[in-house]
Write a protein that binds this ligand. Sequence first.
Ligand SMILES: [Zn+2]
Length: 112
Amino acid sequence: MLNITDLKQILGELENIAMNHIIEGIELDDDVITIHTDDIDPVEIDLFPGHEPQTTDNVCPICGCEESTGDGVEIDGVWAKQECTCGACEAVFVNWHRLERQELVSYKGESL
Ligand SMILES: [Zn+2]
């Protein structure tokens, strides 16, 4: 959910860009707004920065240990969520995974 503070910040960034550049297009892709201008690289504004999927290896955010144990995976739309416990410092964290690719392997019993 976006609150009014988030919206004001996004509008502020847009205003900033609009004052200095000519905006040629605005794209919304999931949670990211991309602003295309006539003269600078596209500017991306993340609408929900707190919900970034973890893109690094599966390491503990506190101690960096790689030995964590995970509970069951919960699927929610394109998101999968797994609660993990660090084997070293016992920090509990949630890893968010996102559906990136879908591959059709068989149709009506015929392998493809
Ligand atoms: Zn740890």
